[in-house]
Ligand binder design. Structure first.
Ligand SMILES: Nc1nc2c(ncn2[C@@H]2O[C@H](COP(=O)(O)OP(=O)(O)OP(=O)(O)O)[C@@H](O)[C@H]2O)c(=O)[nH]1
Ligand SMILES: [Mg+2]
Ligand SMILES: [Zn+2]
Length: 290
């Protein structure tokens, strides 16, 4: 039988075929091959006499990511906030680079707009070139616009714990009944409420995948990028990278660099260039953790 992995939790994979969802284990050979099914996979599976299932084969993937462990993604939806908790732009930039490198779309949701906050993130990202939406899971601001962008696509919600990923999914799809919980005000961060990667089918080929909030960031997803390819993953650099004085300019501190000029003129935000330099250094020195 063929189905989709719709949830993965504690070594089990929940596979939806034509009928019910079957709780499956993966065949041992996957482990031997250092391969694991992930949410988003299309798989061949068999159902045993006791009603449990076993995944026999993972069908070819369009793409695959480690953290969150998902595959066949069209869009990364990064949920951020200027209030509770405040999102570090460097995290946004790292995920957007991974999305771009894998030819996935990237949407930035600045959530919790109903809470008083400064406008730092919108100032940085409004002209970068990807979709930026201000949302609130309380007032429903931005929810119709978000629904429109996600239509017909497989979309992964990522971002820090407590930022409102599951809350937004409940706004988009009330049947999801995704668990949410208050953040810790003492630590100003979420409590890692969502433990499983789980997908929700909104109909019309729209799939939303909820994921556990980041606690750490897996650089192995970035380390396959060659340093010289990094600039191409910053879409706000695209208009400038051909205009540098030197063909081999890496846009760090070279004279006649069009990217640096655009930064100095305010056309590229300085935090974006700082993120670029940090990532470039990291790739150059082959850092394994960050
Ligand atoms: N005021 C306000 N609170 C929100 C909004 N979105 C989420 N929250 C609250 O923020 C807290 C965390 O929301 P969750 O949806 O659980 O966050 P999450 O990103 O799924 O967190 P993890 O599952 O831990 O990764 C809850 O108390 C929500 O009610 C929003 O737009 N405005
Ligand atoms: Mg959650
Ligand atoms: Zn340059």
């Amino acid at each position: 039988m063929i189905g989709h992995v719709v949830k993965s939790l504690a070594g089990f994979f929940y596979v939806k075929g034509n009928a019910d969802i079957v709780r499956c284990r993966a065949r041992g050979k996957f482990k031997a091959d250092s391969l694991s099914p992930v949410v988003g996979d299309r798989v061949e599976y068999s159902v045993l006499n006791d009603g449990s299932g076993i995944i026999d084969k993972i069908l070819p993937r369009k793409n695959c990511f480690i953290r969150p462990a998902v595959s066949n993604v069209d869009i990364f939806v990064f949920i951020a906030s200027d209030s509770l908790p405040v999102t570090d732009p460097f995290l946004i930039d790292r995920v957007s680079v991974i999305a771009s490198f894998n030819n996935c779309g990237f949407v930035l949701c600045i959530n919790k707009e109903d809470i008083p906050h400064d406008d730092r993130l919108i100032c940085i990202y409004k002209d970068v070139g990807f979709d930026v939406i201000k949302t609130s899971a309380v007032s429903f601001e931005g929810i119709p616009a978000l629904r429109e962008i996600l239509h017909g696509k497989t979309c992964v919600f990522t971002g820090n714990s407590g930022i409102g990923k599951s809350s937004l999914i409940n706004c988009l799809f009330p049947d999801a009944e995704a668990e949410t919980a208050d953040i810790s005000y003492k630590l100003n961060r979420g409590k890692h409420t969502t433990r499983a990667v789980q997908s929700y089918d909104l109909g019309n080929d729209t799939i939303i995948i909820d994921t556990p909030g980041f606690s750490s960031f897996d650089v192995s997803q970035i380390s396959s990028i060659v340093p010289d390819e990094l600039a191409a993953c910053f879409i706000d650099f695209h208009d400038y990278i051909g205009g540098c004085r030197f063909n081999d300019c890496v846009h760090i501190n070279e004279p006649g660099c069009a990217v640096l000029e655009a930064r100095d003129n305010g056309k590229i935000q300085s935090t974006r260039h700082e993120s670029y330099c940090r990532l470039y250094d990291m790739l150059k020195s082959n850092v394994k953790s960050y």
